[in-house]
Design a protein around this ligand. Structure first.
Ligand code: PLP
Length: 425
C-alpha cells in the first residue's frame, strides 16, 4: 500500500498526481479506450478472495462467486482459475460460467423464479445444487428432474426474519420479502422435499441481503439457521452442506464492514460451539470480491453553474452506473489527474440522460474543467452487470488491469448492435 492510496482502494493510488490502478495510469486508459470505460484490478479481486480463503483455512468451504455482481467472462475466468464455484440466478449466467471455463459441478442455482427450461439446462449439466425458494418450485423441479430420469440436489433457502440494516431494495431476509421459505414453514417444507422421488435434499441456505456492514445480523441469521438445522436433522433429514449466502458489504463512503477473515473466525467459533464445524460450508460473495476492484472513468463534458446548484455534466450516466439512482448509493468520485490550478466547486455530478434521476454524485467538491477525466470509485460490483442501453447509449468497454499491463475484456457496444435483433415493419 502506498501513502496516497484512496480509502478502501488498496490498488488505486495517486502517483505524482496521476491516478493509477496497480501500475497503470488511468488517464492513459481513458485516452486509449475513450470514456465511459470500466477498469478492474485483478490483484484487488484476488486479494479480496484471499481474505475469504484465509478465514476458511483448514475448513471444508466452497466459495461460489455471486456472478450477478460482475459477470464479465474474464472476471469469471479469474475466479474459476482461483478455485471458485459460482452462484447463478439464470440460464444466461449458467451459459456464461461455461463460456468462462467454470465447472458445472461447482454451480449453485439461486433465485425465486427459475423456469422449467432453466432447470432442465442446469440438470443436464449436473450442477451442484438448486437453492429452492418455495413449495411450488419444489413441485416443478421434481417434475423436471423425473422427466430427465434424475434426482435434483436441493437446498431450501430459509428466510430467518432478520433485519440486515441495509437499503430496503437489497434487504432479503425479512418476513415481507419475496425470498426464501418462511421460518415457521421450514420443517414441513423440508419433509415435503424429502418425500419427492425426483429430489435429493442436500443443504440449507440463507441470504439476508447485500451491503451488510455489521456482523451482528449476519451472525443472528446464522444462529437462526443453525436452530433450523438442529430441527431438520432431528426430523431425520440429513444436510450435507450449510450455505450462508452472500458476503459482507464494502467501503463506499467510510463504511467499516468487518474483514472477511474476522467475520469467518466469528462464524466458525459459532459452528464449532454448536457441533457443525466439520460440515461442508458454502458461501456466495459477490460485491466484496469485485466492488472495490473497479472504477468507471468518465469525461467532464460541461460545467453548468446554477442559482441553486452547480452541475458537472459527465459522459457516464445512470445507464452505466445505476446504483446511485436505484439505491441512492454513494460512490466516491475523484479526478484522474490533479493539476493544482483549477479552483474547486461544489456540484452535482450528472449524466446526459433525460431523467432527473440521472445523477452519479451529489454536492461533491471537485476541481475540474471540461475535458478532464473523473474516476467513479467502487464501481466493480452491480454496475456494468446492471448497465443498459437506455437512451440508446452504448454500454462501456471494460478492461482488466494486471500489474503494468491491461487487457480489453469487453469492447464498447457498437450502435448498430443495439438494433441487430429489431425488425422494421
Ligand atoms: N446470493 C444471493 C442469493 C443473492 O441474492 C446475492 C445478492 O443479493 C448474493 C448472493 C451476493 O451478495 P453480495 O454481493 O452482497 O455478496
Amino acid at each position: 500500500m502506498t501513502a496516497n492510496t484512496l480509502p478502501g482502494q488498496p490498488h488505486i493510488a495517486y502517483q505524482a498526481n496521476a491516478l493509477c490502478m496497480e501500475n497503470v495510469k488511468l488517464a492513459d486508459v481513458a485516452a486509449q479506450f475513450g470514456t465511459p470505460v470500466f477498469a478492474y484490478s485483478k490483484a484487488a479481486m484476488l486479494s479480496a478472495l484471499a481474505a475469504y480463503q484465509r478465514g476458511f483455512a483448514g475448513r471444508k468451504v466452497q466459495i461460489c462467486y455471486a456472478m450477478k455482481a460482475n459477470s464479465n467472462l474474464a472476471v469469471l475466468q479469474v475466479f474459476a482459475k482461483a478455485g471458485c464455484g459460482f452462484d447463478i440466478v439464470s440460464g444466461g449466467e449458467l451459459a456464461r460460467v461455461l463460456a468462462a471455463g467454470g465447472a458445472p459441478e461447482k454451480i449453485i442455482f439461486s433465485g425465486v423464479g427459475k423456469t422449467r427450461a432453466e432447470m432442465k439446462q442446469a440438470l443436464e449439466l449436473g450442477i451442484a445444487c438448486f437453492n429452492v425458494e418455495s413449495e411450488a418450485e419444489l413441485e416443478v423441479l421434481n417434475e423436471v428432474a423425473l422427466s430427465l430420469g434424475q434426482k435434483a440436489r436441493v437446498s431450501l433457502r430459509v428466510n430467518p426474519n432478520v433485519d440486515p440494516k441495509t437499503h430496503p431494495y437489497i434487504s432479503t431476509g425479512l418476513k415481507g420479502n419475496k425470498f426464501g421459505i418462511a421460518h415457521d414453514e421450514v420443517i414441513d417444507t423440508y419433509k415435503k422435499a424429502a418425500s419427492y422421488p425426483g429430489l435429493r435434499v442436500v443443504g440449507i441456505d440463507c441470504h439476508i441481503g447485500s451491503q451488510i456492514t455489521d456482523s451482528a445480523p449476519y451472525l443472528d441469521a446464522a444462529d437462526r439457521m443453525l436452530d433450523l438445522v438442529d430441527a431438520i436433522e432431528a426430523a431425520g433429514i440429513a444436510l450435507h452442506h450449510l450455505d450462508f449466502g452472500g458476503g459482507l458489504g464494502i467501503d463506499y463512503a467510510g463504511d467499516t464492514p468487518p474483514s472477511a477473515d474476522a467475520l469467518w473466525a466469528q462464524l466458525f467459533a459459532k459452528l464449532d460451539a454448536r457441533g457443525y464445524g466439520d460440515r461442508q460450508i458454502m458461501i456466495e460473495p459477490g460485491r466484496s470480491l469485485v466492488g472495490n476492484a473497479g472504477v468507471c472513468l468518465t469525461e467532464v463534458l460541461y460545467l453548468k453553474p446554477g442559482e441553486d446548484k452547480n452541475f458537472c455534466i459527465v459522459d457516464a450516466a445512470m445507464n452505466d452506473l445505476p446504483r446511485p439512482t436505484l439505491y441512492q448509493a454513494y460512490h466516491s468520485i475523484v479526478p484522474v489527474a490533479i493539476d493544482g490550478t483549477t479552483p474547486p466547486v461544489t456540484c452535482d455530478v450528472v449524466g446526459p440522460i433525460c431523467e432527473s434521476g440521472d445523477w452519479l454524485g451529489r454536492d461533491r467538491t471537485l476541481a475540474v474543467k471540461a475535458g478532464d477525466h473523473l474516476a467513479v470509485l467502487s464501481a466493480g460490483a452491480y454496475s456494468m452487470s446492471m448497465a443498459s442501453n437506455y437512451n440508446s447509449r452504448n454500454r462501456p468497454a471494460e478492461l482488466l488491469v494486471e500489474g503494468d499491463t491491461h487487457h480489453l475484456i469487453r469492447e464498447r457496444d457498437r450502435t448498430e448492435e443495439q438494433w441487430a435483433n429489431e425488425r422494421l415493419l
